[in-house]
Design a protein around this ligand. Structure first.
Ligand SMILES: Nc1ncnc2c1ncn2[C@@H]1O[C@H](COP(=O)(O)OP(=O)(O)OP(=O)(O)O)[C@@H](O)[C@H]1O
Ligand SMILES: [Mg+2]
Length: 460
């Protein structure tokens, strides 16, 4: 072998390992300097083929040079000639140049006549395969435009931590697929349903909330009908905890009475909610955490029927009026289906925040996420058991996101609960007030907020 060949081989090997090391150790700069420009050019130049393959083109009449049969030569060969004529041509949607994002790239397209963003959402999986990326998400910032956001690898396999939010009733619990923080803000979305199969990460999310809220001036209340195994360790930071059905009924009674007191206070001060009260007279917000919601509705024997009916009514009332009076619900459960009774269906309609972790059956996903984009349901069912904490999140903006909570061990949540134990308001102090005797339906209606935001699931 000649020297020059060996030198070329050596240079190639050194460049390849250099590129590998760059990609391995500083992926971000590698992606921006090399990966992204090459990808963007390829995407731009192969768009016609991809759009055709995914059925996103339209036939349009255009003047075009075509070859048509001409004269027959003396040899018998048919000579073709070029002719400029009007024919139907496949037209692709206009594509801007792709822009880099944290986890891939995004590109804006102009819709062709008769197209809607849903046409693109339906072929998102085909697009992802054509481009060899993890996923393509479709959004439409304004009429006539769609943005395709491609993520190269699943960004939720490992999530880096964000600092916890310090704003009242706002907790950064994880990261969205877009790279943005996943924030649970009770003041914007007061009540949440958090569903998922066993070991899907529901309690982990509740732990993240406990850590986030422990340092804030709020009261935390727990309902844990699994015998208290989940919430008892956080006792030092809980103002009240119910672990049996009888305790649940009492605690819900307290909550309804608390709401009525706050309602009276608001009415006297001419305020529509506690946030309109002067700061020194504003009562402490209460966040109610429920682990395994179904336990509140399941009947072991007939004798519990009355208690369950009471629980169901009280919980629903808290959900209907809680927002105005600073009482917020976070309900976790493996199943939140209508088989648990009409109370659950009504409660679900009041909970505009929806979180769906990995589920075993499509019904739970449909029940939790409601009538969202069918792609959200497909995404929820595709969550792997190897990635606990990954969930589909739907909230007030009508959008849905894939997200993953930060891993929060029970020990960490327990530590936070002990550390901030002195911030725990006493339940007696919170619930002591001049209880107004009667509240009429007209009083309640005055404070009812227009809900729900997430539509109920489609029948069938
Ligand atoms: N975001 C996360 N990142 C990494 N690991 C997680 C995450 N969330 C949960 N896990 C892991 O998954 C396990 C199960 O989580 P968790 O206890 O929250 O599930 P669950 O849905 O509450 O289950 P169950 O219905 O049995 O109570 C935990 O032990 C934890 O190790
Ligand atoms: Mg759990």
């Amino acid at each position: 072998m000649s020297d020059s060949f060996l030198i070329t081989l050596g240079v190639l090997a050194a460049s390849a390992s250099g590129l590998w090391a760059w990609h391995r150790w500083h992926h971000r700069s590698f992606w921006l300097c090399l990966g992204y420009p090459l990808t963007a050019i390829t995407v731009r130049f192969t768009w016609r083929k991809v759009a055709l393959g995914c059925g996103l083109t339209k036939k349009r009449q255009r003047f075009w040079f075509t070859t048509v049969p001409g004269l027959v030569a003396s040899t018998g060969v048919v000579r073709v000639k070029r002719k400029f004529q009007r024919i139907a041509v496949d037209t692709k949607p206009w594509m801007w140049f792709p822009l880099p994002t944290r986890y891939g790239w995004r590109v804006t397209l102009h819709l062709l006549e008769g197209q809607i963003p849903d046409d693109y959402a339906q072929v998102a999986e085909r697009l992802a395969h054509s481009w060899g990326v993890h996923a393509v998400r479709v959004s439409s910032p304004r009429p006539g435009r769609v943005i395709l956001a491609a993520t190269i690898r699943d960004p939720l396999v490992r999530v880096d931590r964000f600092p916890f939010s310090t704003e009242l009733l706002k907790v950064t619990v994880g990261r969205l697929e877009t790279g943005k923080p996943w924030v649970i803000d009770f003041r914007t979305v007061p009540h949440w349903l958090n569903a998922g199969a066993t070991q899907s990460g529901k309690s982990n999310l509740a732990n993240a909330l406990i850590i986030g809220l422990s340092s804030q001036p709020v009261a935390l209340v727990g309902f844990d009908l699994k015998g208290g195994v989940e919430f008892t360790p956080y006792g030092p930071r809980l103002s009240a905890l119910a672990t049996s059905r009888a305790e649940c009924v009492d605690l819900l009674d307290d909550l309804v009475r608390l709401m009525v007191d706050r309602m009276t206070a608001c009415r006297t001060a001419g305020a529509r909610n506690i946030w309109q009260l002067p700061e020194d007279r504003r009562p402490v917000p209460v966040v109610v955490l429920v682990d395994e919601l179904a336990e509140l509705y399941l009947m072991a024997d007939k004798s519990e029927k009355e208690e369950i009916a009471k629980t169901s009514t009280a919980l629903l009332r808290v959900a209907q009026l809680g927002r105005a009076f600073g009482i917020y619900l976070f309900c976790c459960g493996q199943r939140i289906g209508s088989d648990l009774g009409p109370g659950v269906t009504a409660l679900r309609a009041q909970c505009s925040g929806r979180i769906c972790h990995r589920v075993n059956d499509p019904e739970t996903a449909t029940m939790t996420l409601g009538d969202l984009d069918p792609a959200a349901l497909v995404s929820a069912r595709a969550i792997a058991s190897e990635t606990p904490g990954v969930a589909i999140v739907a909230s007030q903006d009508g959008q849905w996101y894939r997200a993953r909570s930060f891993y929060v061990s029970e020990a960490a949540a327990e530590h936070a609960a002990r550390m901030y134990a002195d911030l725990t308001p006493s339940w007696t102090d919170i619930t002591t007030g001049e209880h107004s005797a009667e509240v009429t339906d007209a009083d309640l209606a005055q404070f009812l907020t227009p809900d729900p935001v997430v539509p109920e699931p489609r029948k069938g």
